[in-house]
Design a binder for this molecule. Structure first.
Ligand code: NAD
Ligand code: TYD
Length: 350
């Protein structure tokens, strides 16, 4: 049995990746390493927590001694690294946690893998999950390619850019078998409601104001989270060593158009008068250094590795709304903070 260590598996994207790997690869032992910060929620993984090939390990990637212990205990052949501080607004108000986790934490992991594998790279792989935000902000034209120069502009994207550079440095300097992907904005089930789409769904449900930064003209390229997980599966298994793959939905939306579409979908689903939720839209002070536009070219991933997203936005957004409406308890537990008791009840009081 092959052991794969997935970091950040209790988070939004990580939980979809863990579920996919646990279900699709019974011959893999999946170790989910997560510190359970405010963004880590083991309720996301209730359906797989008793699977024979799944283990949860609470550990902080900023703690090199603990990482060494975990690596020696499980001796993973593969690492899929998603653990990160991930919210731009939090990086503006408190950048240091981003430096600690995203930069130092990544170096700690690289070092733990390098020390364990000790030059025996055969069958080993360190896969670093990154973001399109490292490329900076586009004007009205153009796309991000794998060789677009890095130009990060928020503490979050600067910390992710630093981690990408360090991952490549370990490849070039030590020969560590790495692969990197940079993905556009994800949406879907289990998204922490500080991010635009789940925040808006929650607010519409409660008939509260929907805060839109600036004039809502900023553009993001949205991808359904399970399609990101399927791309991660493909890159992990088929990606070339030392290579980078861009992952995107070819699905650009201004924030205001996206929220208007969401309002329309929710009015229909909640049986509210057409146009009523749109009245909740409130323009608020813009985010500092707000990147205008992100858009990914994922031709390399499609042509070289044969990946395609399975859902259009018109399919994925209503599906996402349905998930939140059907999982009110999840949303209530997250917004009340009750989800943080889950680990205690599930693991420590048994
Ligand atoms: P998230 O914030 O939902 O989850 C992050 C997870 O990492 C949480 O479970 C948290 O507990 C864990 N974590 C944080 N600090 C840790 C530490 N010091 N040690 C161990 N675990 C720690 O994030 P997400 O949206 O799921 O993003 C996952 C990864 O994908 C990140 O690396 C992010 O940069 C990248 N990414 C995200 C998006 C997106 O749209 N969300 C897009 C592209 C790339
Ligand atoms: P977000 O979900 O934070 O992702 P990112 O900043 O990583 O792209 O934000 C998506 C877009 O929505 C971004 O342009 C900022 C904007 N936004 C708002 O207008 N209002 C909000 O309350 C939030 C959280 C984001």
């Amino acid at each position: 049995m092959k052991t794969i260590l997935i970091t950040g598996g209790a988070g939004f994207i990580g939980s979809h990746v863990v579920r996919r790997f646990v279900n699709n690869y019974p011959n893999y032992r999946i170790v989910n390493l997560d510190a359970l910060t405010y963004a880590g929620n083991l309720e996301n993984l209730k359906d797989v927590e008793t699977a024979d090939n799944y283990i949860f390990e609470q550990a902080d990637i900023t703690d090199p001694a603990k990482l060494k212990q975990v690596f020696e205990k499980y001796r993973p052949e593969g690492v899929v690294h998603l653990a990160a501080e991930s919210h731009v607004d939090r990086s503006i108000s408190g950048p240091m946690a981003f430096i600690q986790t995203n930069i130092l934490g990544t170096v700690n992991l690289l070092t733990a893998a390098k020390d364990l594998w000790n030059g025996n790279w055969e069958g080993k792989r360190f896969y670093h999950i990154s973001t399109d935000e490292v490329y900076g902000s586009l004007g009205e034209e153009g796309l991000f390619f794998e060789d677009t120069a890095y130009d990060p502009r928020s503490p979050y994207s600067a910390s992710k850019a630093s981690s990408d550079h360090l991952v490549r440095a370990y490849f070039h300097t030590y020969g560590l078998p790495i692969v990197i992907s940079n993905c556009s904005n994800n949406y879907g089930p289990n998204h922490f409601p500080e991010k635009l789409i789940p925040l808006a769904i929650h607010r519409i449900q409660n008939k509260e104001e929907i805060p839109i930064y600036g004039k809502g003209e900023n553009i993001r390229d949205w991808l359904f989270v399970e399609d990101h997980a399927s791309a991660i599966d493909v890159v992990f298994h088929k990606g070339g060593l030392g290579e980078t793959y861009n992952i995107g939905g070819n699905n650009e939306w201004t924030n205001i158009d996206l929220i208007k579409l969401l309002c329309k979908i929710m009015d229909e689903k909640l049986g509210r008068e057409a146009g009523s939720s749109e009245k909740l839209i409130t323009f608020v002070k813009d985010r500092a250094g707000h990147d205008l536009r992100y858009a990914i070219d994922s031709t390399k991933l499609k042509t070289e590795l044969g990946w395609e997203p399975s859902l259009t936005f018109e399919e994925g957004l209503p599906k996402t709304v349905d998930w939140y409406l059907n999982n009110e308890a999840w949303l209530n537990n997250v917004t009340s903070g009750a989800y943080q008791n889950y680990f205690k009840q599930q693991y420590q009081e048994r």
